[in-house]
Design a protein around this ligand. Structure first.
Ligand SMILES: [Fe+2]
Length: 307
């Protein structure tokens, strides 16, 4: 996920020193970060810019050939494609960018560098990149993104038809409309959630989530945020939808929101049927316990996508 921030120093201080992501590299006003369990070159880019916005959300395909294959499918469907040549984004091979029906900029790539951490910072475990728990909240890995849009049904149908995302849980309002959908292409309960924007905006960002191994790590995260003087938006609490223990906090430098996410469940059933939450069950779906979350989006969206 590539986030633009009007205060790069404050944002780096938050994501690196408080959240505990690792700074991998800096180049041309961009800072590349990853968690200690992330092996790819970066899972987060912070870039200096005049206003906070989301530049793009990137997905890795299953093969190199899939990038070109998706370009053809998307091109036939009328999408405006932008080619991103190898190396244009540091650590990444050839990629394409295009918009969702909600005008969120997505990127597809396959080739990516997996640089080892510098000597002395490297994990003794070969399955990690950086040494675990070295500073800050120290999440293991990126988990999911949550986007807001005026018409979630349109975006969810497109995600399903174009990329094969399957719906795992959803909120259906009394008027029959889809208020929010949780979708996955992996065994995670969701790789993406799409929610109706409270202000009817087409292309907003709600949050990026990083994963912690244990519920207790989320409590510890709350303590670290208190010590750092960064107020929480909500939580710790437990979601009914996803069953995860969560905490939301906003980057003081940019206004982009982070969810610290632990637990949840995995899906192995090939015949999984989406779990439907009705309007009168919505509050329990958003917060099973521990936090008051009102409305479909459980807090407004934060920042816009855009150039
Ligand atoms: Fe989330």
């Amino acid at each position: 996920v590539a986030l633009v921030t009007p205060d790069l120093d404050a944002s780096v201080q938050f994501w690196r020193d408080v959240v505990g992501l690792e700074e991998v590299e800096r180049s041309g006003g961009q800072v590349f970060l990853r968690a200690w369990g992330d092996l790819e070159h970066h899972t987060l880019i912070l870039e200096a810019g005049s206003e906070a916005r989301v530049d793009h959300v990137a997905w890795r395909t299953k093969s190199r050939a899939d990038v070109a294959a998706f370009a053809e499918i998307l091109g036939h469907a009328g999408a405006q494609l932008t080619e991103v040549k190898a190396g244009e984004e540091l650590g990444q091979g050839d990629a394409i960018r295009f918009s969702t029906p909600g005008a969120h900029c997505f990127e597809l790539y396959y080739d990516v560098a997996k640089p080892p951490a510098p000597e002395g910072r490297r994990s003794a475990l070969k399955s990690n990149s950086f040494r675990a728990w070295s500073h800050g909240i120290s999440p293991r890995r990126i988990d999911h993104v949550n986007l807001c849009t005026s018409n979630p049904e349109l975006v969810c149908d497109w995600l399903s038809a174009t990329f094969g995302f399957r719906m795992t849980e959803l909120i259906r309002l009394d008027d029959g409309s889809l208020a929010a959908g949780w979708m996955a292409v992996t065994n995670l309960m969701h790789d993406i959630a799409v929610m109706r924007d409270a202000n009817g905006e087409p292309n907003r960002f709600h949050h990026i989530a990083y994963f912690l191994d244990n519920w207790h790590d989320v409590m510890r995260a709350a303590d670290i945020l208190q010590e750092s003087g960064v107020p929480r938006d909500a939580g710790p609490g437990k979601h009914g939808i996803s069953q995860a223990v969560f905490l939301y906090v906003t980057d003081p430098g940019s206004g982009h929101r982070l969810e610290l996410f632990s637990g949840g469940y995995l899906i192995f059933d090939p015949d999984w049927e989406p779990i439907v939450w009705r309007e009168d069950e919505l509050a329990a779906g958003q917060s099973w316990w521990g936090a008051e979350l009102a409305g479909v989006a459980a807090m407004d969206s934060t920042t816009p996508f855009g150039d």
